[in-house]
Design a protein around this ligand. Structure first.
Ligand SMILES: [Zn+2]
Ligand SMILES: [Zn+2]
Length: 201
C-alpha cells in the first residue's frame, strides 16, 4: 500500500514530458480539509496525470468521493457525490521576486500564442496557477482548494426540498405539521408602524 502523503508530494525529477500517472486515496484531513464543514463519507480517490515541460508542470485528473453536507432548507445531512475535474499549472518559484517575473513571462507567452487569449480565459488561468519550491511538488493545497471550489454555496438535499415549517420547525419533507400558512408582513402594517413611530417622536 502506498502512503498517500508520498503520492501527494511527487519528486520533480520523476515528472517528465512523457507524463507521470498518479493515483491514491486520501482522507479529508490529509488534504488539509479538516474544518467543521469538511466531512466525507469514505476516502477521496485521486487520479492525476502530471507532465513537465521546462519546469512548467501541468496536472490534470479527477477527484472523487462523497461529501456530507447540510441542507440549508431542512438542515438535514445528506450525501453529495463529488466528482471534481482537476486542472492546474505549477511554476517554479526560485526567489521572492520570482512570482512577478513568472507572471510577466506568462504574459509574454500569451502574446506569442497564435490564438488571442480571451480576458476571461486569462482570469481562469490565473486561478489554476500554483508555485512550487524545492525538488518536490505539494499537491495537497491545490486539491484542497479544488474541493472547496466545487462545494455548492447553498447546499440543498434535493431540488424540491420543502424545508422546515417556520412556525413549529417540523421537517416538511417528513410530514406536514398542520400549522396555518405563514403570513407575509403586509405593506399596510409596515406603514402603520412608521406612523406610530412618528407620533411618538
Ligand atoms: Zn433539504
Ligand atoms: Zn408547523
Amino acid at each position: 500500500m502506498t502512503v498517500p502523503m508520498d503520492m501527494l508530494n511527487p519528486a520533480i525529477v520523476d515528472i517528465g514530458p512523457e507524463g507521470l500517472p498518479l493515483s491514491c486515496s486520501a482522507s479529508g484531513p490529509q488534504l488539509g480539509l479538516d474544518g467543521p464543514e469538511d466531512r466525507f463519507d469514505g476516502p477521496l480517490t485521486i487520479q492525476l496525470e502530471l507532465l513537465q515541460q521546462e519546469g512548467r508542470i501541468s496536472v490534470t485528473g479527477t477527484l472523487e468521493g462523497t461529501a456530507i453536507r447540510q441542507c440549508v432548507r431542512c438542515l438535514a445531512e445528506y450525501a453529495d457525490p463529488l466528482l471534481v475535474s482537476l486542472y492546474a499549472e505549477y511554476l517554479p518559484q526560485a526567489t521572492g521576486a520570482a512570482k512577478s517575473a513568472q507572471a510577466e513571462q506568462g504574459r509574454r507567452t500569451a502574446r506569442r500564442a497564435p490564438q488571442p487569449v480571451e480576458p476571461e480565459e486569462e482570469a481562469d488561468e490565473e486561478d489554476e496557477l500554483y508555485w512550487y519550491q524545492g525538488d518536490h511538488l505539494d499537491l495537497a493545497p491545490m486539491l484542497r482548494e479544488q474541493v472547496i471550489l466545487a462545494a455548492p454555496m447553498q447546499p440543498i438535499c434535493r431540488e424540491d426540498c420543502l424545508g422546515l415549517c417556520p412556525q413549529c420547525g417540523q421537517n416538511l419533507n417528513e410530514r406536514r405539521c398542520g400549522c396555518p400558512p405563514a403570513q407575509a408582513p403586509s405593506p399596510f402594517r409596515v406603514l402603520r408602524g412608521r406612523g406610530s413611530k412618528g407620533e411618538n417622536a
